[in-house]
Every structure is written in C-alpha cells, then in structure tokens.
Design a protein around this ligand. Structure first.
Ligand code: AMP
Ligand code: DBH
Length: 626
C-alpha cells in the first residue's frame, strides 16, 4: 500500500485506523452485510419507490443477491471496477448493492456525464463494465467500450440495445459470495472537478457507512421517514448525507425523483408523504417560489437540507419560511468531510453557517491561503478566514490513481486541501466564504466572489447570481456579475440598479460589480451546481468575439448618435464629449431607445455618466448583444 501506483487506496496510518475502530466509527461491516441486517429488521416495509416500482426491504435484498450472482456470472470479480451511471429510479440501489456484494467497486457517474467523462472514468479506473440507461448513453458507453480495452460489458437498463447486455439479464440464483474486506474500497465517488476532469475518490465500507450512520442520526431519521432523492442519487449528498443510504439505514423509505424540478418533486412529496429532501440552493429557491404559488400539499415535509453550494442567510431564511419546514445547511464533499447545522442550533447558526462536522475526530485546520503554490499551512487566528484543511475517519487520504495530484492535494501529514475559504465560529461552526481560486484580484483588491453574489441574491428580484473575474487591461481583473431574475422581474432589473443595490448594502466600492449581465439561466454541472467553469469559458469566448466586434459596434453607435443629432456620422470622434455637442436629455432618451436595438438595456443616467461614443460602444459590447 502507500502511494505507489496501482494500489487501491491510500490507507490511514495504523494508529489512526486503530483509534477509529476503537471509537466505534469503523464497525467492520460491508454494504452487503448492512442490507442483510436491514432486510431482517424491516422485511416488509417499503425501502425504495421509483416510478411505479415499490420494493420492500426483503425485495431489495433479494434483487441485490440476484444481481450479485448475475455480475459474478458475467465474470465480474472482487476489486473489479464498474462505471455505474443510472438515473434516479428503482434500479439504482439494487444495482449498487448487487455490485457491492459481488465485491466490485462502482464508479458513481452522474446521468449528466457524457462520453468524454465516461471514457475518463472507465480508463482511469480500468473498468470492466459500464452500466447505464437509455439509448443515447448506451451509444456513448459502447463507444467508450470500443476504445477502453478493459471494458468487456455495456449493461443497459430498461430494454435491449444492440451490442449491449440488458440489465434484466444480469441475474442468477443467489449464491454465496465472499463478503469483501470492510476496510477496503466500497465505491469510487467523484470530485466535483472544478479543474479538469473529476477525480476518483476511493471510499471504504468502514468510512462511508460511518458517515451514513452518523448522518442519519444527526438528521433524526426514523423508520416512518420518507426521503426524496431529488438530486441525482449517485452524488455524495443525496446518496450519503444522509441520503438514500441514510434512509435505508434508518429503516425509512427512499423515493427516487426522476428530475429535481418543483413540479415533479412536489407531486412526489404529496403522493408519498415525503418528510425529508435535499437540494442545492438554486433549487431551494425554485422550491420556495413554487411553494408560494400553492397547489400541492407539502405539509408532510419536516426537513429541507440545503447544500452543495453557497446559500445566503437571507435566502436560507426565506426558503424555510416559504416551505414551512425546518432547514438544515449541509457542507460536504465527495472526499469525505460533511458538516451539518443541528436541529437545536439557534436560527442565526442554521441560517448563517454551514454547520459543524459529523465526527469529534474530524480535524479541521484553517490556514493562510496566500500562496496556494507554496502553502505555508500556518493556521490563521481564530475567527479569521483561511483555507480549510481536513482529515478524519471518513475523509480520504488520496485520490485513486492520481499520485502526482495527491502530492499537492494533500498535506504531508494527510490533510485534504479542500480549496474552500472558511471561517470557524467560536462554537466550531463553519462558514464557507468562497473558494481559493474564486477570488478576484482587482488591481490588488481581493474580492471573494461569493460575498458579492450573496449581496446580489439578497435583492428581491434576483433568483441567483454568479460573479466571475474578467481580464482587464488596467486592473488585471475586473468583476462581472451574471444575474438570473426571479420570475418575470427581468424587465425591471437593470445593471445600474443592481450595482446601486450592492452599493447600498454597504460594501467596499471595489466589490461593486464592474459589469452586470442579466441572463435567463446558468450552465450547471451534473448535480445542478452552477458551473463557474462554463461561465468563465463563455466570458472568454465573448472577449474573443468582442475584439472582432468592437469596431463594428463603435460604428453602429456612431450612426445612432449621428441620427439623433441630425449630423453626419463621420464628424463625430470616438471620445468627444457629446453633451457639449448638443446631446440634450430629450435626445439622450431617444438614444436609449435606439441602443436597445443593439441589445443594450441602459438608462438615460448611465449614458450621461460618460457621454462618449467609445464608452457607449464598450457598454454595448459588454452588456448588449455585441
Ligand atoms: P464536490 O467536489 O462536488 O464534492 O463538491 C464539494 C465542494 O462543494 C466543497 O468543497 C465546497 O466548495 C462546495 N460546497 C458543498 N457544500 C457547500 C455549502 N453548503 N456551501 C458552500 N459550498 C459548498
Ligand atoms: O457538494 C458536495 O459534494 C456535498 C454537499 C453536501 C456533499 O458531498 C455532501 C453533502 O456529502
């Protein structure tokens, strides 16, 4: 073991492993053994609801045994990796447990992953099979199988696809298969992949089930609870925090939502009397708005978990009020550490922090983030913002087959560098302030983008906001805010109004977004988190276009100015003061209308601020269709 290539996972040091066992965190139980126990304890209770299928614990257990034997018959052996890409339906848990009983290690791909990602997972893991659903994903999986030699089987749920194995055929009479080592790998989670492709995270039976068990306890799950998996269930949050596994652990029911949108989720809440669900903040806001318009009985809901991305305190509070249930903030990562606000925390903690860790043995260090390339890892003063490092009984010590990356992603003493900027309160609660690399350096002034985003989100007409850094000739970087309006507020939201709003929130001037762009929606990652990477890529694309469009736009603006002035266009210089040239307020109003044709939503006041053709052309390129 150790960090040599080809090993399964980077083990915890012996002394710590012994301590985690002695403390009762690691109980030497596998996924398969857990399911057997649950089937004994809750045999006829409903374990899983997916579409029109309902499985009791006994049925789930039986299916998992048959699938395990089926995988074995296909030649899948202990330690083999299998890419698992199934949507939220009744197959997911039987397949997961079946693979686990066969000793295989599922690689938990998301339905949103495409061919390039699947190839990366299958290739890195050396997977022997890919399990997926639907004709398009099946076709992608077949192309992956054609190029990754280790892949011998493409298994497709829900029907026959040429050249693949129907999942329904992966079944055989239950047989005795050796229970895998509980200290060994149970599954490979995926990192969010904020840079490059997602990394594979080896989680052991011992460590993962510890986090599931404690999560279920912290969330007060009981047999009469009904958990709705609204987010894609292979993601760590809806899988394990406490997620569907936590629901099973408690003898409760896991309901699989085919999509996370309010119409679907609320119908299931009403029909199945759902008591707990988990969403990312963007969805939480959509739920709050949908709940306000009524129509469904949501009275069974007792707890809404919000996590995965930053949630502003105001919005947490609004969401809780709109849904009329308790709210819990959850800060977690596929690598391990999960923090929860607790049911008995005071409101300012529930709304204003992202909770505290699961385990008394989670070690958190908040260190100087100044130089990520040569980290000193010196702790900051208590209460100060710093980069979070963590290790503990369910946080991995290394990514799978990523030796080079592991050398920098972990400290020499085994702490995982989360990349998150946090502050710890005197009570030990964590406030996530931002990401190390999501800092904008605006002429030396550092801007934590989340801070500005939270101010924008506090605006009643704003559904969501993302701030990114844009290269700037003078400042190095300037800030650009993308804003999605709430409901039909798009007509009333203006760049100028939003900048003014941020100013009135009492923030430093340099934090007021240099530019604001109102958009319909954000690109999202597989689990529904806003993709900053895609937004940045779009900014780069536009910057490129801009270089080619700027001269064109300057001419378009010049022509319109000439028209309202009634003068020839070639007599108007780019940078002359047009107010001095007779562009009075009446004509400016006319010009506002004409610039609208170029996609620029501006005001008379904004134009008057810098009354030159060059400045307005710049506005058009930045904020109009330019
Ligand atoms: P992933 O790589 O998908 O496991 O995402 C983990 C990352 O999501 C964390 O390191 C945080 O950056 C972010 N995250 C998760 N939960 C929260 C939260 N409640 N607030 C802010 N950021 C979060
Ligand atoms: O974002 C995450 O990865 C996440 C959020 C909440 C997570 O992995 C978790 C809870 O377990």
């Amino acid at each position: 073991m150790g960090r040599a290539s080809g090993v399964a996972h980077t083990p915890w040091p012996d002394d710590l492993a012994a301590r985690y066992r002695a403390a009762g965190y690691w109980r030497g139980r596998t996924f398969g053994a857990l399911l057997s126990e649950l089937a004994g304890a809750h045999a006829d209770r409903t374990a899983v609801v997916g579409g029109s299928v309902r499985l009791t614990y006994r049925e789930l257990d039986d299916r998992a045994h048959r699938l395990a034997a089926g995988w074995h018959a296909l030649g899948v052996r202990p330690g083999d990796r299998v890419v698992l890409q199934l949507p939220n339906d009744a197959d997911f848990l039987p397949v997961l447990f079946g693979l686990s009983r066969a000793g295989a290690w599922p690689v938990l791909a998301l339905p949103a992953h495409r061919e390039a990602e699947l190839r990366h997972f299958a290739g890195t893991a050396g997977a022997v099979a890919v399990v997926t659903a639907g004709p398009e994903r099946a076709a992608a999986a077949r192309r992956v199988a054609a190029t990754v030699p280790s892949v011998r089987h493409v298994v497709v749920a829900g029907g026959r696809v040429a050249g693949t194995t129907d999942l329904a055929e992966v079944t055989a009479p239950p047989r005795d298969l050796a229970d895998p080592d509980p200290g060994g790998v149970a599954l490979l989670q995926l990192s969010g992949g904020s840079t490059g492709l997602p990394k594979l995270i080896p989680r052991t039976h011992d460590d993962y089930l510890y986090s599931v068990r404690e999560s279920a306890r912290i969330c007060g799950l009981r047999p009469d609870d009904v958990y709705l998996a609204a987010l894609p269930v292979s993601h760590n949050f809806p899988l394990s925090s406490p997620g569907v596994l936590g629901a099973l652990h408690a003898g409760a029911t896991a309901v699989m939502a085919p999509d996370p949108f309010p119409a679907t989720a609320f119908e299931l809440v009403e029909r199945e009397r759902v008591t707990v669900t988990a969403v990312v903040p963007q969805l939480a806001r959509a739920y709050a708005r949908a709940a306000a318009s009524g129509g469904r009985d949501l009275s069974s809901l007792r707890l809404l978990q919000v996590g995965g991305a930053p949630c502003a305190p105001e919005q947490a509070e609004q969401v809780a009020a709109a849904l009329g249930c308790a709210l819990q903030q959850v800060y977690g990562m596929g690598e391990g550490l999960v923090c929860y606000t607790r049911a008995d925390d005071p409101p300012e903690v529930v709304f204003g922090t992202q909770g505290r860790p699961i385990s008394p043995d989670d070690e958190l260090r908040v260190v100087d983030p100044d130089d990520p390339a040569a980290p000193s890892d010196a702790e900051v003063a208590p209460g100060e913002v710093g980069a979070l490092l963590t290790r503990g009984p369910y946080t991995v010590r290394g990514y799978y087959r990523a030796d080079a990356h592991n050398a920098t992603a972990f400290t020499p003493d085994g702490f995982y560098r989360t990349g998150d900027l946090v502050r710890r309160t005197a009570t030990g609660h964590v406030e996530v302030v931002g990401r190390i690399k999501d800092q904008i350096n605006r002429g030396g002034e550092k801007i934590a983008v989340e801070e500005v985003e939270n101010h924008l989100r506090a605006h009643p007409d704003v559904l969501d906001a993302v701030v990114v850094g844009v290269p700037d000739e003078y400042l190095g970087q300037r800030s650009l805010a993308f804003v999605v309006p709430a409901g039909d507020a798009s007509a009333t939201l203006t760049a100028q109004g939003l900048r003014q709003f941020v100013r009135t929130r009492g923030v430093a001037d340099f934090k007021v977004p240099d530019q604001v762009r109102v958009v319909d929606h954000f690109p999202v990652t597989g689990v529904g988190k806003t993709s900053r990477r895609e937004l940045r890529a779009e900014v780069a694309r536009r910057a490129h276009e801009r270089e080619t469009k700027e001269p064109m736009m300057t001419e378009a603006v010049r022509a319109r100015v000439a028209a309202v002035l009634g003068e020839p266009a070639d007599g108007l210089a780019d940078d002359e003061d047009l107010l001095a040239r007779g562009l009075d307020s009446l004509r400016l109003v006319d010009l506002v209308e004409r610039l609208r044709e170029l996609g620029l939503d501006t005001s008379f006041g904004e134009l008057a601020e810098t009354p030159t053709i060059a400045a307005w052309a710049d506005l058009v390129v930045r904020e109009g269709r330019g």
